[in-house]
Design a binder for this molecule. Structure first.
Ligand SMILES: CC(C)[C@H](C(=O)O)[C@@H](O)C(=O)O
Ligand code: SF4
Length: 469
């Protein structure tokens, strides 16, 4: 009998083109997503070498990082650097015959939201993009990871990638998540547990009742932040929820091809008896809503908690780094999380910019008003998310409550456009990174779920969504 395999092993085996004695392998890439930040030199490389894109139909380009999110963007991008980068992608896509969604196309949005929406992302596939949060697509049981610009060029030219096989890690989240505890809280808790280097060298498979219970949107949130736990990729075995999400998407297989695909997708589960190199288990029933307090996604605490005291850390280097984080964040040990006041709230990003996230935030915002001290914005993850939200009247709820309602893009997740924090401004953000300067020079980011962010906008400080009426 052949060896029991994990879902990662299976996808890997199905894509292996060549393997050398030293472990260097060549794998076939099924899907390549391209955005404006990491692709210009790659296309330039092709041009210089006189090469073409090997499989244009397996490549999809979309602008997200640099596009402004104000409605006047249809009249042209004012910021010169952004304008040049966006124009370069448009030109490259045209020159190389790659499908391209511009800021004027309603299918445009954050690359990791667009792929699944279009049915471009499918189970069992290998998917790459010059972007670390490509791990998002693992929610569909695809092997998806970020690559560097020289690899983008390699994939464009050959539709293959040089890789070595990673180790297998299982993160099992048992139990039922309590009301008010979301996918975002689950993944923040996991990163808090394993640390930002915890997944290094591994592909993480997420399993367990709490993961199964998540919607596809929630699973994408979990896989999105796998990269913040240091892992190469994260994935979740596909199931009926996955198939239901994909069915009828523009690029999903149709008719007989659909039936054959589903049959294959059903085989993408980890075999009984397959071995993992590392196993971590958590119980979702014990999880609270979580807020990050520092400048690393592992710096997390329950909303009911207090800012920790770095002096309690034995390791000297770590202690110093956490003191630095507190100084940067303008916080003192012992401060109750619910006493932290906010200036800004950002609801959006490839972590939490999907329709379900906006629904959760709108449910909190409905009939309420954003605090006078807070400037809050909602940025749908794609034009289609925006359209759906507007059809449901969510835009009105947000606008009446005093939130700004924007056009799709990465926005204040990383401040590559005009959406950014001023120095020392404090923001509750549904994004995935709280590094120094991430949302603007000297800006202070607290990572939270969409409902927690919306409630913080209304109260002007963090509140425990579980007992907030
Ligand atoms: C700009 C891009 C290369 C980057 C990434 O790789 O993740 C960005 O999307 C981010 O979230 O920091
Ligand atoms: S939304 Fe943020 S994390 Fe996602 S791709 Fe854009 S910049 Fe990166």
């Amino acid at each position: 009998m052949s060896k029991a395999r994990t879902i990662y092993d299976k996808i890997w085996d199905d894509h292996l083109v060549d393997s050398q004695d030293d472990g260097t392998c060549l794998i076939y890439i099924d899907r390549h997503l391209v955005h404006e930040v990491t692709s210009p030199q790659a296309f330039e490389g092709l041009r210089l070498a006189g090469r073409t894109v090997h499989a244009p139909a397996k490549t999809l380009a979309v602008v997200d990082h640099n596009v402004p999110t104000t409605p006047d963007r249809v009249n042209g991008i004012k910021n010169e650097e952004s304008r040049i980068q966006v124009a370069a992608l448009a030109q490259n896509a045209l020159d190389f015959g790659v499908e391209y969604y511009s800021e004027k196309d309603k299918r445009q949005g954050i690359v990791h939201i667009v792929g699944p929406e279009q049915g471009f992302t499918l189970p069992g596939m290998t998917i790459v993009c010059g972007d670390s949060h490509t791990s998002t697509h693992g929610a569909f049981g695809a092997l998806a990871h970020g690559i560097g610009t020289s690899e983008v060029e390699h994939v464009l030219a050959t539709q293959t990638l040089i890789q070595s096989k990673a180790k297998n890690m299982l993160v099992r989240v048992d139990g039922k998540a309590p009301e008010g505890v979301t996918a975002k809280d689950i993944i923040l808790a996991i990163i808090g547990e394993i640390g930002t280097a915890g997944g290094t060298g591994h592909v993480i498979e997420f399993a367990g009742e709490a993961i199964r219970d998540l919607s596809m949107e929630g699973r994408m949130t979990v896989c999105n932040m796998t990269i913040e736990g240091g892992a190469r990729a994260g994935l979740i075995a596909p199931d009926e929820k996955t198939f239901a999400y994909i069915k009828e998407r523009p690029r999903a297989p149709k008719g007989e091809a659909w039936d054959r695909a589903v049959e294959y997708w059903k085989s993408l589960t980890t075999d009984e008896g397959a071995e993992y190199d590392r196993v971590v288990t958590l119980n979702a029933a014990n999880l609270p809503p979580i807020v990050s307090w520092g400048s690393s996604p592992e710096d997390v605490i329950a909303v009911t908690g207090e800012v920790p005291n770095p002096d309690d850390i034995a390791d000297e280097t770590k202690r110093a780094s956490k003191w630095r984080a507190l100084k940067y964040m303008g916080l003192t040990p012992g401060t109750k999380i619910t006493d932290i006041e906010l200036d800004r709230v950002f609801i959006g990003s490839c972590t939490n910019g999907r329709i379900e996230d906006l629904r959760a935030a709108a449910a909190v915002a409905k009939g309420r008003k954003v605090s006078d001290r807070v400037n809050a914005m909602v940025v749908p993850g794609s034009g289609l998310v925006k359209e759906q939200a507007e059809a449901e009247g969510l835009d009105k709820i947000f606008l009446e409550a005093g939130f700004e309602w924007r056009e799709p893009g990465c926005s204040m997740c990383l401040a590559m456009n005009d959406d950014r924090l001023k120095p020392e401004e404090r923001c509750a953000s549904t994004s995935n990174r709280n590094f120094e300067g991430r949302q603007g020079y000297k800006g202070r980011t607290h990572l939270v779920s969409p409902a927690m962010a919306a409630a913080a906008a209304i109260e002007g400080r963090f509140v425990d969504i579980r007992d907030w009426k």
